[in-house]
Design a protein. Structure first.
Length: 434
């Protein structure tokens, strides 16, 4: 048994003593993403219910809601101990899920409830996922991140795989209200996994540094994340990377809504189609995360994780411009999302391991939520304007290809800066302010 475990640890790049932390991190992401991806097809159905031509309004509403959440989260991160930020935030969202379950049980066809849920879940997914990664970048060193972040992201993909399956199977017997209630149970479970992970780090502390301990609040003001981004070229580049990522995603998302609404008219059938796409995406992502992501990061650096998918997406947009049909769209969407989960997201989180603790929570949250949703809103209106000006989507696809090329160049620059910052960090010194 010990030989088998040692070989497994070697295959997964796990060093002695890290096993419990890896399991806790996997559970944190698995439970969070299972709940979210059960609800994601519900969100897509709610978005289509309001009309494909109105999606840009939902994106704008999401951006406004995200702006409203920024100072609230910033205040919480400044006032409470770091180890309490995630449990308190997730507990609040779990109470929101109980409210939506009640609303859907009373009137499942109410259009305004559908719109509110769409906006709420769009804020929920970015904030909760960003916060989970903040905890990991805070608890793991840069070297550990390179080895383990791809593997830990596999927990997210496992949840993203089981979530759509559960959603597809349970939406008919439980209804949307039942799915929302079950997602709340999974969210509470992810809090328990995070608590165990923090206790593991207490028993296995990182080398001493000048970073303040997790038992103390971060301090500062609620808007410190935004000001930190404006002061740092490195964080500005991360923000640009996220805006371009969001723009590429939004262009494809609008095409998804248009094509699916034209191909499938029944709402239950639409939810099942969205769930099937999610299932295929997560299966591909898991294989890449477990066997490829960590090895690429260690041998070739973070830059390769940030550049590969944008380059492939540039080619995919050109293909869609030449053949804008459902089959081609599914291939491009699956490749984009699987690549983002397996390569881009772990690589993006590795960029934060060389930053101070306050930036890992506040600046990262600002980028992952406000900047991302701002990119969503702007690109949503741009895509809608292009659709009105042109009678076919080819122009939007070509613009998407140009955005993807800019995305790849930004990723290349960030990968090089991260490598320079990593090499400049001594074992017992705080990260440089880049």
């Amino acid at each position: 048994m010990s030989n088998w475990r040692r070989r497994l640890d070697q295959a997964l790049n796990i060093q002695p003593g890290e096993g419990p932390a890896v399991i806790a991190g996997l559970l944190l992401f698995y439970l969070l993403f299972t709940g979210y991806f059960m609800l994601r097809p519900v969100r897509e159905t709610m978005g289509v219910a309001g009309g494909v031509d109105n999606l840009q309004w939902l994106f704008t509403g999401t951006f406004i809601a995200t702006l409203a959440c920024l100072p609230v989260f910033g205040w919480l991160a400044s006032k409470v101990r770091r180890r309490h930020i995630l449990p308190w935030t997730y507990g609040f969202f779990a109470s929101n899920l109980l409210l939506f379950a009640a609303l859907f049980a009373v009137d499942p066809a109410d259009l305004w409830n559908a719109r509110a849920f769409y906006i709420w879940l769009s804020v929920f997914n970015l904030l909760t996922i960003s916060l989970a990664w903040s905890v990991l970048t805070d608890l793991f060193s840069t070297a550990q991140g390179k080895r383990l972040f791809g593997l830990l992201a596999a927990g997210a993909s496992l949840g993203g795989l089981s979530g759509p399956i559960l959603g597809t199977l349970l939406v008919a017997p439980l209804g949307h209200a039942g799915l929302v209630l079950l997602a709340g149970v999974f969210l509470v479970g992810s809090v328990l996994a995070c608590t165990y992970l923090q206790r593991w780090r207490d028993r296995n502390p990182l080398p001493a540094s000048s970073e303040q301990p997790a038992s103390r609040p971060l301090g500062g003001n609620p808007l410190a994340g935004a000001t930190a981004v404006l002061r740092s070229p490195y964080l500005l580049a991360v923000a640009l990377f996220v805006v371009l990522l969001a723009s590429v995603s939004t262009f494809l998302y609008f095409e998804q809504a248009r094509i699916v609404s034209e191909t499938f008219t029944d709402r239950t059938r639409q939810t099942q189609v969205f769930g099937l796409i999610d299932t295929v995406v997560q299966a591909l992502a898991i294989l890449t995360q477990v066997f490829l992501t960590g090895r690429l990061a260690r041998r070739m650096g973070v830059a390769v994780l940030l550049v590969a998918v944008p380059l492939v997406m540039a080619a995919g947009f050109v293909w869609l411009a030449l053949a804008p049909v459902f089959a081609v769209f599914v291939v491009v969407m699956v490749v984009r999302r699987a690549g983002e989960y397996a390569l881009v997201r772990p690589g993006r989180e590795m960029l934060f391991t060389v930053l101070p603790a306050e930036d890992k929570y506040k600046a990262k949250n600002f980028i992952d939520t406000v900047v991302y949703r701002g990119g969503d809103a702007l690109s949503g209106w741009l895509k809608r304007g292009l659709d009105l000006l042109a009678e076919h989507p080819q122009l939007a696809m070509l613009i998407g290809a140009a955005l993807a090329l800019g995305w790849s160049l930004t990723g290349l620059w960030l990968g090089r800066r991260q490598r320079e910052a990593e090499s400049a960090v001594a074992p017992n010194k705080p990260p440089p302010l880049i």
